[in-house]
Design a protein. Structure first.
Length: 133
């Protein structure tokens, strides 16, 4: 009986871990709100501001920071890789260090994943977690 249970558990494990698909444009299209930021350096969140990223089907991306908006392009690659171009931003006023670190993390992101309605962007500057708005 133990062998049957182990076989079933092993089969379920293989089923759920081997069925990860590459992220597609339809999966990320829309607006995502930052929920957690894990930079490689200490940065405190000074305000309770809402930071968002909007991915469009034409491979454009827009970020909303404290005071400024930023635009760029993105390209999804195989194996859940992403290439995000350099951002052009308005210069209305001063964004917090936290907002600028969010921008740095997104710009340096090379990996993307979506699980249970949460997006994770990871790169050499850290990790950002977002949820669909």
């Amino acid at each position: 009986m133990k062998k049957v249970i182990y076989f079933i558990l092993f089969f379920l494990f293989l089923t759920f871990t081997s069925c990860t698909k590459d992220v597609q444009t339809d999966d990320i299209t829309g607006t995502w709100k930052l929920t957690e930021l894990h930079p490689n350096k200490d940065v405190s969140r000074e305000k309770d501001n809402v930071y968002t990223i909007q991915f469009d089907t034409d491979n454009s991306i827009k970020m909303q920071l404290d005071a400024n908006d930023c635009w760029s392009t993105y390209e999804l690659k195989d194996d859940n890789k992403i290439l995000i171009g350099n951002f052009a931003c308005t210069e209305v006023c001063c964004d917090t260090e936290y907002a600028l670190e969010f921008l740095n993390i997104v710009t340096s992101a090379t990996e993307i994943s979506i699980r249970f309605g949460k997006m994770t962007l990871k790169g050499d500057k850290g990790k950002a977690e977002l949820k669909r708005q």
